[in-house]
Ligand binder design. Structure first.
Ligand code: PXP
Length: 237
């Protein structure tokens, strides 16, 4: 079964809107886990506009499932991840001013930069996933730098899904085949929702984990977190 890691950035955004501690991020993460999600993802950005660096320490201590920390590996991020030691880190090449991640790494041109970071995280027993566009050469590049996994950027898939789902999925199926051949595990994320997820998972077959935030939290406004998470878990069965 593909594991569901819920991205809780939106919960932090809601909390920050009033500058206090409601909703409490750790309590919400614990509830999300009790509703069946197998992981929690956070993406602390340099301006700390949603998840703050301090949240990462508290979450690691107080949740009993996999924590995945995503972000651009600047010095502050590297220090944070090496101190918190989450189960997984996902390296994302997003610049400080983007609204959300919008493209993957060039794993060929950044070989030595990424390879050094992978070594450092491995020495702390942290699994490393690299966020990439669905391109075979980027996938092979990630394998060369010794990443454990890649996270396939599913934004382009979601965008094309409504107009032509077989074209939208094509590159992801090719990546899944090559990933299987070269032995690198696959995660996926961005813009996945209850409408486009099933086809993605059934077509690619070998996705270990999806990280989903925006749609899941938005859908929960109508159906509640528990029921929404259960619907995602049903899709992922
Ligand atoms: N993966 C990465 C690298 C992301 O930056 C995000 C958004 O923070 C997600 C997955 C989740 O995307 P969404 O919020 O659209 O589900």
């Amino acid at each position: 079964m593909t594991r569901l890691s819920v991205n809780i950035n939106k919960i932090a955004t809601l909390r920050n809107a009033r500058g206090e501690d409601f909703p409490n991020l750790v309590k919400t993460a614990q509830d999300i886990i009790s509703f069946g999600a197998q992981g929690i993802t956070i993406h602390p950005r340099p301006d700390q506009r949603h998840v703050k660096y301090s949240d990462a320490y508290e979450l690691k201590e107080k949740i009993n499932t996999e924590l995945n920390i995503e972000g651009n590996p600047n010095k502050k991020f590297l220090d944070l991840v090496n101190e918190v030691k989450p189960a997984q880190v996902t390296l994302v090449p997003d610049s400080d001013d983007v609204i959300t991640s919008n493209s993957g790494w060039d794993t060929i041109n950044n070989f030595s930069f990424l390879n050094d970071i992978v070594k450092e995280f491995h020495s702390n027993s942290i699994r490393v996933s690299i966020f990439i566009d669905p391109e075979i050469n980027m996938l092979k590049g990630a394998k060369k730098i010794n990443a454990d996994r890649v996270e396939l950027f599913t934004g382009p898939y979601a965008k094309e899904y409504n107009s032509n789902k077989s074209s939208a999925i094509n590159k992801y199926i090719q990546c899944a085949k090559v990933a299987d051949e070269i032995s690198i595990d696959l995660n996926a994320g961005h813009d996945l929702n209850q409408y486009n997820l099933k086809f993605f998972i059934q077509s690619t077959k070998i996705i270990k984990e999806v990280s989903i935030g925006h749609a899941l939290i938005s859908e929960s406004l109508y159906t509640g977190l528990e029921s929404t998470i259960k619907s995602y878990l049903d899709i992922l069965k």
